[in-house]
Ligand binder design. Structure first.
Ligand code: SAM
Length: 257
């Protein structure tokens, strides 16, 4: 199977291989983020940490707007380009490999900048927020959907979350996020916090078509059957704590530059 030999056993590289990425709150939260950022046909959008390109392609297809998606992973960008071809939107979306902490565009290049579950995995969040603000034209929106602690978690929960996967999320509180956004110069910040909700999470799959689901299924099955190192990698991962969602939630933040 293509690129299986070079596959790195890390959470995001496996997601890229399988062809799926996600964020808390699913597709329903993506739609709320789009609405709060006032995206329309004439909006130039930058999506930071675009994963396999599901939101960028949806925006190009449903709104007809131009979208640039960046991700630090080459494999994610390759999957995004495949998706754009499949969805027939390759003329309106462009994907590039780039680090959110050092975006390769001129200042004030976009009408809206969005990121869904990306900053949580980057240590220097202030530099990423700064880059998102730098990319946005004056008066335009920067919108995030990021994980947060809705209740102060016990140390064992924080530790387990940090060490279960190699991506080591660093989760903030709502006040921490607000502090970051304000100190990057955003104003009129709208916040919509959410608790984990199974129904809302289940809308995650609405971003993918039947063919995508089938591809994800057989690629995962292929890894289980053919790659002992993948089975070992999965077996070594500890389960997340049962009470995690008493503490873990997420929020949409939209501010104006
Ligand atoms: C949890 S996934 C979310 C992907 C996508 N936004 C979605 O909602 O499906 C996080 C993504 O952020 C990307 N990422 C992590 N660190 C990054 C960085 N420094 N710069 C750009 N992208 C990054 C990962 O490669 C991954 O695709």
């Amino acid at each position: 199977m293509e690129d299986e030999k070079q596959l790195q056993l890390s959470y995001f590289e496996l997601q890229a291989y399988v062809g799926t990425t996600k964020h808390m709150g699913g597709f329903e939260t993506t739609k709320s983020l789009i609405e709060l950022c006032h995206i329309s046909q004439d909006t130039d959008v930058l999506e930071v940490g675009c994963g396999v390109g599901a939101t960028a392609c949806y925006l190009a297809k449903e709104y007809g707007c131009r979208v640039v998606g960046v991700d630090v992973s080459e494999a994610m960008v390759a999957r995004s380009n495949e998706r754009a071809q499949r969805e027939g939107v390759a003329d309106r979306v462009e994907f590039r490999v780039a680090d959110a902490q050092d975006l390769p565009f001129e200042d004030a290049n976009f009408d809206v900048v969005i990121a869904e579950s990306v900053l949580t995995f980057i240590r220097d969040k202030q530099s990423v927020v700064g880059e998102c603000v730098r990319m946005a034209r004056p008066g335009s929106c920067v919108g995030l959907n990021e994980e947060l602690w809705i209740e102060t978690p016990p140390a064992r929960v924080v530790e387990r979350v940090r060490h279960t996967w190699d991506i080591k999320p660093e989760i903030l509180t709502l006040e921490d996020w607000m502090g970051l956004l304000k100190s990057a110069g955003l104003s009129d910040i709208v916040v919509r916090p959410y608790k984990f909700d199974v129904r809302r999470e289940s809308t995650q799959i609405q971003r993918y078509r039947f063919q995508d689901m089938w591809r994800m299924f057989y690629r995962t099955l292929f890894l289980y059957i053919k790659k002992p190192s993948f089975r070992k990698y999965m077996a070594e991962r500890q389960y997340l704590p049962k009470d995690l969602f008493e503490y873990l939630g997420y929020a949409i933040f939209v501010g104006r530059r």
